[in-house]
Design a binder for this molecule. Structure first.
Ligand SMILES: *Cc1c(COP(=O)(O)O)cnc(C)c1O
Length: 379
């Protein structure tokens, strides 16, 4: 049997991507605009529905940065952010000169806890400063509790930036992730459920906001025959080449979601026979996860995360710890934090398992044999 590397979530092309790239070369649209950009945006708008307007950008991180700027976040402001996430959710707060205030997760959704969020808001207001925005994340593709978060957002009139970077293809009460926030963010990085090699998108509620996002993303050039600028701009637009990849990928998104869910079922079956391990699962019938990555949590009794990760690595299989909470990161050691130890406890006991949609049967067999052997040896 081959021992080639099994990656966590490698790119998986659908087949038509190269055709769109060839079209771009044929028409010399080798630029951060062109027919693929327009068609990819229209495709995403159709897929997401709910009247959203989409601007495709150079990355999800750029989309978060522009999202904060659209909400007027600036120097000295405070922004609430889910602590249990990838650093790209939080870094753009600092790009704006604002300060992150981190909030713990809840045990069932793994996402921002509405109670801890409200406690954080109350304290910030009591200190004299109402936070400017809430960044909520659908971690590993699992939808956050939209109704509860929206209730807090409405009560205090603080807008939500929905970080759906990991959650394209997921939904909450039938509504697609990427349409739930006041402003929503997608990522097409190489490891995401669909990729443009690198890229991202903003989904907003009206054409005017999209226009403003595109204006900022293309160096904020005012209307004038020469180059006139009355605001600081950015170079954040997606290239027409990358958008060609995106068009092809969007055609297979539904297939990718089905395969991710099949892989999740494969792991659920595998772990029914292994005590002390729980596979992270949809916490209510109201949510659908794209299961971007299947993740497991080990009981305290066998919580040796690196034991498992190293056993898989010895067989050339990639596995990783969960995201390390932002409030425990050296770079954010001064930041305020609200909540308990839910995210830290998950980090200490959790593992992300290979979830690539191109995974072959023999690769699944290698993974399952290695996992079974590991848990037998430590039993
Ligand atoms: C990947 C990711 C991002 C950033 O997206 P990029 O396209 O890599 O810049 C932001 N938030 C989360 C939760 C992510 O997983």
């Amino acid at each position: 049997m081959s021992n080639s590397k099994i990656w966590l979530s490698p790119p998986h092309m659908g087949g038509t991507e190269e055709m769109y790239i060839h079209e771009a070369f044929g028409d010399n649209w080798i630029a951060p605009l062109g027919p693929n950009v327009d068609a990819f945006e229209q495709g995403l708008e159709k897929y997401l529905g709910n009247g959203v307007h989409v601007a495709v950008l150079s990355s999800g991180t750029a989309a978060l940065h522009l999202g904060l700027l659209l909400l007027g976040v600036g120097r000295g402001d405070e922004v609430l952010c889910q602590s249990f996430t990838f650093s790209a959710s939080a870094n753009p707060i600092v790009y704006c000169g604002a300060t992150p205030v981190f909030v713990d997760s809840e045990p069932d959704s793994w996402n921002i806890c509405p109670d801890a969020l409200e406690a954080a808001i109350k304290t910030c207001i009591a200190r004299g400063k109402k936070p400017k925005a809430i960044i909520a994340v659908h971690l590993y593709g699992m939808p956050y509790k939209h109704d509860a978060i929206k209730a807090v957002s409405d009560k205090y009139n603080i807008p939500v930036i929905e970080d759906a970077a990991e959650a394209l293809g997921s939904s909450y009460k039938g509504q697609p992730c990427g349409t739930l926030g006041d402003i929503s963010v997608l990522s097409f990085n190489g490891n995401k459920i669909i990729t443009t090699s690198g890229g991202g998108a903003l989904a907003v509620k009206n054409a005017k906001l999209k226009q403003e996002a595109v204006f900022l993303a293309t160096q904020a050039r005012d209307k004038a025959p020469h180059y006139e600028h009355s605001r600081i701009g950015y170079n954040y637009r997606m290239s027409n080449i990358c958008a060609g990849i995106g068009r092809g990928q969007l055609e297979v998104l539904d297939k990718r979601v089905s395969k991710k869910r099949e892989i999740n079922n494969f792991y659920k079956e595998l772990f029914t026979a292994i005590p002390g391990v729980s596979v992270f699962n949809e916490y209510t019938a109201n949510v659908k996860s794209n299961y971007w990555l299947t993740t497991i949590v080990l009981d305290d009794s066998n919580a040796n995360v690196y034991g498992l990760i190293n056993a898989l690595a010895a067989e050339n299989i990639e596995a990783r710890p969960l995201w390390k909470p932002m409030h425990t990161q050296p770079v954010f050691k001064e930041a305020a934090y609200y909540g308990g130890n839910v995210s830290e406890s998950l980090f200490n006991r959790g593992v992300c398992l290979p979830s690539g949609t191109a995974m072959a049967a023999d690769e699944m067999y290698r993974i399952s044999a290695t996992i079974k052997r590991y848990f037998k040896e430590i039993a």
